[in-house]
Write a protein of this length. Structure first.
Length: 85
């Protein structure tokens, strides 16, 4: 998480997801708008597919509820589609 407007407000603290966390937050639902968002992040940030995979493996995969294969396949599909080699 990235702090926004640090020190600007006395009692309000604002945080935003970093681009990798934002992309991974869309993995479970994976509807068209989520895929469009990940594609946009991949192109404009640009995201590094190795970092995205590592963050998934280290941070998200251990806490996934449900079929891990579905999430693994979705990430593989994203990397193939949005990060041409």
């Amino acid at each position: 998480m990235t702090a926004l407007f640090q020190g600007q407000f006395k009692h309000l603290h604002l945080f935003a997801l970093d681009p990798y966390d934002l992309a991974l937050s869309k993995l479970s639902r994976n509807i068209a708008v989520d895929r469009e968002d990940v594609e946009y992040l991949a192109k404009t940030i640009p995201l590094d597919p190795q970092v995205l995979r590592q963050r998934y493996s280290d941070e998200l995969r251990p806490i996934v509820i449900g079929d891990l294969r579905v999430h693994d396949q979705t990430l593989d599909m994203w990397i193939e589609a949005y990060f041409p080699s």
